[in-house]
Design a protein around this ligand. Sequence first.
Ligand code: TXA
Ligand code: MG
Length: 370
Amino acid sequence: MRCFDDGVEVLLQKRRKEVKTMKTLYEVMDGSGEDEEKLKRAGEILKAGGLVAFPTETVYGLGGDALNPESSRKIYAAKGRPSDNPLIVHICRFSDLDRIAWDPDGRAELIARAFWPGPLTMILKKKDVVPQETTGGLSTVAVRFPSHPVARRMIDAAGGFVAAPSANTSGRPSPTSARYVAEDMDGKIDMILDGGDVGIGLESTIVDLTEEEPMILRPGYVTQEMLEKVLGQVSVDRTILDAASTQRPKAPGMKYRHYAPKGELAVVEGEPGRVVACINDLCRRAQEEGKKTGVIATDETVSLYHADSIKSVGSREDEEAIAHSLYRILREFDDEGTEVMYSEAFSSHGMGQAIMNRLLKAAGHHVIEV
Ligand code: TXA
Ligand code: MG
């Protein structure tokens, strides 16, 4: 299975000719006997200080050796990411947590047993072996044990500790398929492992365990309710859904305007019939100004809109489907050159909290209430 269509191949070849860049190896993980060889090669590249993009169950990651400061520097350069924004260290064995972080009260072990391998990242006090370059100068480290089989095998082949942010250029939506990784990273990294579309589509939940009360710094598939069943009371960083908050987010990455589409995006919130009427009216006005318009709708409403491009993010009933499609849709609007976009709003409970958090960030917290 090849996830690339020919058009993209041609585009990439052209781009390689235009700019003198490094050659990025592109390998499809297809379950055949050759996968082992490809993973071995990826492991060698990582051990030698190179960068390999790989699939995880949340989004694609851009991996480098987490214990090698030079690899972390390269990750920041390839992404165009500020170096005060720390990286998540990915592991592939429970016992490796203890090698890089402190768990003074056993809480890390408790939630590792409940949610690992899986889409949960913990913030803990770091041990000396983790370089400051990987943690953006912080004395804490973010650790995650992903469940995706390609990720686990690649981390193992690399020696067990892979620093990986999402494999997008800083400021673009995180990639949910290898073709989007290639769009952003071709010519900048050594290798891309194509494991097909990811399952979840939004980045992992981040929970800070360095304070007395655990705090969610970034909502994701593992919800506050799920964490509270294991840990007791868990709070949520107030800056996550609140545009008015002047507080500094605790996860340095959350202060940047992430996930930004190239066009302007606003979220329209209110009674469903009024939302449809308002979005149609705003699109008509934007079209009169000669702008290309787009709507992020749901299966229930997609037939009610009039705009240049109307996309359903899935059924309103199915939050997992919405999470899965959101970043892909934002990238599609970019590719189509959509200039003005409107999205319906979603509930901010459970998994909806993660969806609204990413959507509001993409919209720069521009919300229209009707
Ligand atoms: O699902 C995911 O977590 C993906 C996949 C590839 O594993 N990775 C990911 O990494 O989303 P990234 O770098 O795009 O986002 C990491 C977030 C950033 O907001 C960063 O500021 C925060 O984690 N972070 C990392 N280390 C931290 C620390 N020590 N304290 C607080 N926040 C931290
Ligand atoms: Mg990211």
